[in-house]
Design a protein around this ligand. Structure first.
Ligand SMILES: O=C(O)c1ccccc1NCC(=O)[C@H](O)[C@H](O)COP(=O)(O)O
Length: 206
């Protein structure tokens, strides 16, 4: 079954909807974004998350100190690097890691092989911010992946209408969504439930 990451959660009711519907990862945005959350607020919300659901902190070119503080205060299970962080920066920090890679061309896809991380999150390039644009990239660029599929998380403009197609085509380990579970600029519990239900009931076998 495909795993689901719901990103950019800021409110208890939406967090609860994601947990109840079967999310594997909950993402807190610590970088500049309209979804940015403080470490204090994320720590409070994190206490409501059962241990089988993993907490991901999303950063864009952070200072090391910032990452250490958030991991400790929030009890993050993974750190998602969504900027231009290099392999040695990520390795030196030493936390379980997700490296986001913005895909414009096949050369971008190849950048994944420079990193030794737990998961590779392939995303559309950002517009106002580094991610969370709601845009889809050309999934066929992932046809010749050199990294194992069980380390791939697909992101970028996914929603309950296109996620089944995305899963059938890319066969990722997980899918990630932010804009696609929002209505009028805020997360929506029904959209979160529908997305998770659709993704987790889609067969990964072609
Ligand atoms: O979501 C943001 O606002 C954001 C801002 C800056 C860096 C990363 C950001 N999001 C990280 C994510 O993992 C998003 O879920 C991913 O980019 C997909 O977003 P969307 O296309 O909106 O589903």
């Amino acid at each position: 079954m495909v795993k689901v990451k719901i990103c950019g959660l800021m409110e208890e009711k939406h967090l609860q909807a994601a947990v109840d519907a079967g999310a594997t990862w909950i993402g807190f945005m610590f970088a500049k974004s309209k979804r940015q959350i403080s470490i204090e607020r994320a720590s409070k919300l994190a206490k409501l998350i059962p241990s089988h659901v993993q907490k991901v902190g999303v950063f864009v070119n952070p200072a090391e100190e910032e990452v250490h503080n958030a991991v400790e205060a929030v009890g993050l299970d993974y750190v998602q690097y969504h900027g231009c962080e290099g392999p040695s920066f990520i390795n030196n920090l030493g936390y379980p890691a997700i490296k986001a890679i913005s895909i414009r061309s096949y050369e971008d896809v190849e950048k994944a092989s420079h990193y030794d991380v737990d998961y590779y999150l392939f995303d559309a390039p950002g517009t106002n911010y580094a991610g969370g644009s709601g845009h889809v990239f050309d999934w066929s660029l992932l046809d010749e992946l050199s990294i194992p599929k069980n380390r791939v998380i697909l992101a970028g403009g996914l929603n309950s209408e296109n996620v089944s197609r995305a899963i059938s085509q890319v066969e990722p380990f997980g899918v990630d969504v932010s804009s696609g579970v929002e209505k009028d600029g805020s997360k929506d519990s029904d959209l979160i439930k529908r997305f998770i239900e659709t993704a987790t009931t889609t067969s990964v076998l072609k």
